[in-house]
Design a binder for this molecule. Sequence first.
Ligand code: KG4
Ligand code: ZN
Length: 349
Amino acid sequence: MRVLGIESSCDETGLAIYDTERGLLAHALYSQIALHAEYGGVVPELASRDHIRRTVPLLRKVLAESGTSLAETDAIAYTQGPGLAGALLVGAAFASGLAVALDKPILPIHHLEGHLLSPLLSPDPPDFPFVALLVSGGHTQLMLVEAAGRYELLGETLDDAAGEAFDKTAKLMGLDYPGGAALSILAETGRSGRYRLPRPMLNSGDLNFSFAGLKTAALTIIRNEKNNPRETLAQFHADLALAFQDAVVEVLTMKSVEALRRTGVLRLVVAGGVGANRALRRSLDMAAAEDKARVYYPEFQFCTDNGAMIAFAGAMRLTHGTTPQHPGSFSVRPRWPLAEEEGADTSAT
Ligand code: KG4
Ligand code: ZN
């Protein structure tokens, strides 16, 4: 079975071809970060228009790289949601049009299911079951993944996502959007112990998170320090970046370890852009090792949004007997909790 995957939920256009026997044959990505940077965030209308521009060239690229033709594709998977409505519509309409022209079935895929399954694309994939920490710009969730299609929500953020908190705090320091990675580089030269930010919901007794207060705490420190003499602005920002990162990392680590303990699972998978954060990786690795658990990270290129995870999730759905939709009609679901996904367990602890 060969599946073409199309991802267009936010600011990355991703296409890929996954073969259930031969694995990932090709994938291609176009990131719109530069397009949105001057606005300090994603502009939905610009995102949709750019997806339209990029999809056909990226399709040509994956076909050429994989040495396959559209006629050899068995199904077309696309991200149905959640995400920006207009951006999703581009991928959905493209997938549907292609499917009608080729008379192939289409598979609407939940974006987060793509992220949850992305570690399985690596050469050393985890076995089921595993706990997944999903930390992106739009989501922060802990999930129990028992099998493809069987997901249980363990906890999630009640306000900002971890990546969103990174980006908003980075913006306070004058860093370009999305500033998460730049903030973490700044933190490397920060002096430990200079500031201490709260650890929101660390002792809440559940597996939920809250990150909105951290940005406010950082803003308060920035305001307070404005009139105080300090060495350099750069050093101040580095110290604050480290304090902010320490707070996020500690909360994510403690809750992830607690999720492993509660479920009795010894495998933790980290997915989403914030999973690229080195301090988070160090902290999770150390904490998990104490409990004899192992942490799995998707390859960096599959940590962030990409088409490969959508093609792969589509292939898993096909092999697990999901009936694909007939082309001709399509829909998007900009707001779509994964718990409502077909076959997903809706219980939350
Ligand atoms: O998964 P992703 O590419 O996109 C979605 O949001 O779906 O995640 C992007 C997020 C952004 O908020 C970005 O600032 C953050 O991941 N990010 C990081 C790092 N690299 C990317 N946050 C902290 N440290 C990093 N090294
Ligand atoms: Zn994502």
